[in-house]
Design a protein around this ligand. Structure first.
Ligand SMILES: [Zn+2]
Length: 290
């Protein structure tokens, strides 16, 4: 993928130098509320957090176990990591251009997401993020999060090397942002706890792959030979069946939440062919036909 010298996004936050300090959140909040409003205040606060938790609006770890970022220091980095950061900035800028264009075609604004590059652990509006989770999107603060070490894992453990594979991963998370703007994400999250929630989650994930394909469609002039195969290989490598096959030695279909490798490749390719939103409805067809 040709990316050097291209526009870099201003929406990337580099918090690699921050260290999360865990456990302070609950104590500080409790003592503040206690001093200010007494025991009644504490009970009201607990009830509010409880309701938000039950309705799925808030992850209690945000208040309880969740770390609060208070310390930041100099970033120790390598030339390779700095290059990856520049790369991430270019890819995010690229998704901004594509989605601004598509949304304006519908006379809509595209509110651009921010992307936070962190190390190890990060406090988010969805709870504490961990590097082991891989890159993720938090709908509550409309931010993408990535620990750049994931790219080593993609290369080594998932055997999906190449810059376009790395770009695809970001484009997929941006796909979740688009779903949040269009309301699909909220519809699926409302089903949390229901027996068919997993199916809805798969539909959501495959649509994010479709959106990643849409982004690739608009990027074709920057592609090197083999780039699409790199992205498809990444989609293939990080499908649930592949990941579970690696980690547990066998595949457990009822715990799938992303779709199989074959499904992920297919929906990415559909988006790649289409370049628009028209063929993106993973919610309309019977689950078995996805
Ligand atoms: Zn996803």
């Amino acid at each position: 993928m040709k990316w050097k010298g291209r526009r870099q996004s201003d929406n990337v936050i580099d918090s690699r130098g921050k260290r999360t300090v865990g456990g302070a959140g609950a104590g500080m909040l409790l003592s503040f509320v206690g001093r200010r409003f007494g025991i009644k205040g504490i009970l009201v606060m607990a009830a509010v957090i409880g309701v938000l938790w039950i309705t799925g609006l808030v992850d209690p770890s945000t208040f309880l176990g969740g770390g609060v970022q208070t310390q930041s220091g100099p970033v120790e980095t390598t030339p390779q990591e700095q290059e990856r950061l520049d790369f991430v900035r270019v890819v995010l800028a690229d998704t901004e251009d594509v989605w601004n264009g598509i949304f304006s075609g519908y006379s809509e604004d595209y509110p651009e997401p921010q992307l936070e590059v962190y190390r190890g652990q990060v406090a988010t509006a969805c709870g504490t993020g961990q590097a082991q989770m891989g890159p993720f999107y938090c709908p509550s603060d409309q931010k993408l999060y990535i620990d750049l070490s994931f790219y080593d894992e993609l290369e080594q453990s998932f055997n999906a090397p190449g810059d376009f594979a790395q770009a695809y991963v970001i484009a997929h998370e941006v796909g979740h942002h688009v779903q949040t703007l269009l309301g699909a994400a909220q519809k699926v999250h409302a089903r949390r706890g229901q027996p068919d929630y997993n199916e809805w989650s798969v539909r959501l994930e495959l649509q994010a792959d479709y959106y990643a394909g849409v982004w690739a469609h608009h990027n074709q002039r920057y592609l090197d030979p083999g780039d699409i195969q790199e992205a498809v290989r990444a989609a293939n490598a990080i499908g649930d069946d592949a990941i579970q096959g690696r980690t547990r030695g066998k595949v457990l279909p009822h715990t799938f939440t992303h779709g199989t490798s074959e499904q992920r490749m297919r929906w990415f390719n559909r988006g790649l062919k289409s370049g628009g939103l028209e063929a993106s409805d993973t919610f309309a067809m019977p689950y078995g036909d996805l």
